[in-house]
Design a protein around this ligand. Structure first.
Ligand code: UDP
Ligand code: MG
Length: 163
């Protein structure tokens, strides 16, 4: 059972990133994982999961009054998702940049949504919007600790100016 699931390591920032069902069906999982790896983030949690409705509703609870909420929950539960924890310096903000704007027609080319999607309701990927929400979402999707493992990234000195 990994310590990092419930409490994040000191000085480490984590984001909850998820390939949505359309991304899985379209065969984009490998390409998406590559973008986070090549940037220099560390994969600390990974699992495939058929999302039950209650998890989707909890994850998106801030949007529960929005008109698109029922369709959003149906979409997230429409097929397996890939749940991930990415760790590293500035990962929450950086992941949002790699992902691109919510509406894929407004996402810049070079971003995941900008390159792979056209519709807000089929926008391929989720990324936490704050450090606080990152920890909250990791708690929701990785509550059992399954899919996580603690490991020391040995390329850290080649990515970070720290001793
Ligand atoms: N969404 C939608 N219609 C909208 C706005 C959002 O279907 O008009 C969906 C979309 O899948 C989006 C998710 O709801 O990714 C969460 O919305 P949020 O505003 O948090 O965008 P995100 O943080 O994913 O960029
Ligand atoms: Mg959001």
């Amino acid at each position: 059972r990994s310590r990092s699931v419930t409490t994040r390591a000191a000085n480490q920032e984590r984001s909850y990133v998820m390939v949505k069902p359309d991304g899985v069906q379209r065969g984009l999982v490998g390409k998406i994982i590559s973008r986070f790896e090549r940037k220099g983030f560390y994969l600390k949690g990974l699992k495939m999961f058929n999302c039950p409705e209650d998890i989707a509703k909890e994850h998106y609870k801030d949007l529960s009054s929005k008109p698109f909420f029922p369709d959003l929950v149906e979409y997230i539960c429409s097929g397996p998702v890939i749940c991930m924890i990415w760790e590293g310096k500035g990962v929450v903000k950086s992941a949002r940049k790699l992902i691109g704007a919510t509406n894929p027609l407004e996402s810049e080319p070079g971003t995941i949504r900008g390159d792979f999607a056209v519709e807000v309701g089929r926008n391929v990927i989720h990324g936490s919007d704050s450090d606080e929400n990152g920890e909250r979402e990791i708690g929701i999707w990785f509550s059992s600790g399954e899919g996580t493992a603690e490991w020391t990234p040995h390329m850290e000195p080649w990515l970070r100016e720290i001793g």
